[in-house]
Design a protein around this ligand. Structure first.
Ligand code: IPD
Ligand code: CA
Ligand code: CA
Length: 265
């Protein structure tokens, strides 16, 4: 039903990838914000225009939009999008960022797509239809299934809540330290959307971040659920799509053990 969305996302990816041709190293620190904003806005504008042509009644909730009406999420069809998730990676030419588009129908996610334009790989799920990863280079598609590892054997992904580091930096790294000492290892990638897709593939077993916004996790949330995993607030309650949220995700076993461990503050 939403097959047109990845087609539009791949066109948007070429806008994003074209930035890497314009010599990032020549951009001054002061110029970086404008440079990045230019691409964030260009990608979001393109996605909005093209998706709205197909879903004219939908409300757009996008990271770059100034007047997001999140109060409409519970009553309307909404497109929740992050044009570039992994901005710092993007600025540093680290090549680990994603385009994330989710469709939420009256408060319930019905579709999610996360495109990694560097690997040309699409993670996607439609409600009730399972989750998949499509490798455009080979044309091969694989059904996703979360891992079954216990917390002690887990590879733990986490985000640093960089925009609230004064308030959350210390607790984030204390939590990561405790998990590092009791689990297999920890990873911080720079893209929450891709971290969450790595929960769906089973590469990561649990993930935490003290502060995320709806566009960081909306699309990936349905991909995780359709892959048999769980995404929730720190206390295990359902995620919402308004304001900032502390988010955990994982396979059901490691997720439950993470909550029971009382490691999260
Ligand atoms: C950020 C990334 C990062 C996470 C931050 C997000 P942005 O999104 O997902 O991994 O740690 O909390 O804000 O700003 O690159 O779109
Ligand atoms: Ca983001
Ligand atoms: Ca972003």
């Amino acid at each position: 039903m939403y097959e047109f969305i990845p087609v539009i996302m791949r066109e948007a990816a070429s806008i994003m990838l074209s930035a890497h041709d314009t010599h990032f190293s020549m951009i001054s620190k002061e110029g970086q914000a404008n440079f990045v904003t230019r691409y964030d806005v260009a990608v979001e504008d393109f996605l909005t225009e093209k998706i709205i042509e197909k879903l004219p009644d939908a409300v757009v909730i996008g990271e770059e939009s100034d007047d997001n009406h999140t109060e409409l999420i519970s009553t309307r069809l909404c497109i929740i999008m992050d044009p570039i998730d992994g901005t710092t990676n993007f600025i540093h030419d680290y090549r680990y960022s994603a385009i994330s588009v989710g469709i939420c129908d009256r408060g319930q996610m019905v579709y999610g797509a996360v495109l990694d334009p560097y690997a040309d790989r699409l993670y996607h799920a439609e409600r009730g239809g399972g989750a998949y990863v499509l490798d455009y280079r080979t044309g091969k598609e694989k059904k996703l299934q979360v891992s079954d590892r216990a917390l002690c054997d887990s590879l733990v992904g986490f985000g640093t809540s960089p925009y609230r580091r004064d308030e959350l930096g210390k607790v984030t790294f204390e939590t990561a330290y405790q998990l590092f000492m009791t689990c297999r290892d920890v990873r911080r990638s720079g893209s929450a959307a891709l971290d969450l897709c790595n929960i769906a593939t089973g590469a990561l077993d649990v993930f935490f971040e003290y502060s995320l916004l709806p566009w960081d996790y909306a699309a990936a949330s349905i991909i995780i659920k359709e892959a048999g995993g769980i995404i929730s607030c720190f206390d295990g309650s359902d995620i919402k799509f308004e304001g900032t949220l502390s988010v955990i995700a994982g396979n059901k076993l490691a997720h439950r053990q993470l909550i029971e461990s009382k490691i999260l503050k």
